[in-house]
Design a protein around this ligand. Structure first.
Ligand code: ZN
Length: 130
């Protein structure tokens, strides 16, 4: 369903070169099969890398649906954050994920080839201010 919101997600996706705001893995927007083939992973694994829009400042905290408040995150990172009782702040959560990634404890071993470039390049910082 095309909407203004998904357009913002798309803008964030482009701005981040298609990489997850949190874990830095590549994501897909509409073609999971191509994604799976390209990265030689199963469709099931590909599912977790669907691009989702993340509010850097939650709506309940006054965050708005504006471009500067939207980051693109993979489904896995996004849903894991929201599974918590009180979701951590995005930057805090990102630091947590980066630590886990370095220990190889975020995505399964089989997916490490997708995410590893981020570890040597932790400079991928997306400005919250936009
Ligand atoms: Zn992610």
């Amino acid at each position: 369903m095309p909407s203004k919101f998904s357009n913002k997600r798309h803008v964030a996706f482009k701005k981040q070169s298609g990489l997850c705001y949190y874990c830095g893995s590549p994501m897909w927007e509409s073609k999971p099969k191509e994604f799976a083939n390209k990265h030689k992973i199963t469709r099931k694994y590909a599912a977790r890398f669907q691009c989702t829009a993340e509010h850097l400042l939650a709506r309940c905290d006054g965050g708005k649906d504006q471009k500067s408040n939207i980051a693109a995150a993979c489904l896995f990172c996004n849903s894991t954050r929201h599974q918590r009782k009180s979701p951590p702040a995005p930057l805090k959560y990102k630091t947590h994920i980066q630590k886990r990634l370095k220990k190889g404890k975020w995505h399964p071993k089989k997916l490490r080839h997708l995410v590893s470039p981020m570890i040597s390049k932790p400079a991928l910082i997306v400005s919250i201010e936009g």
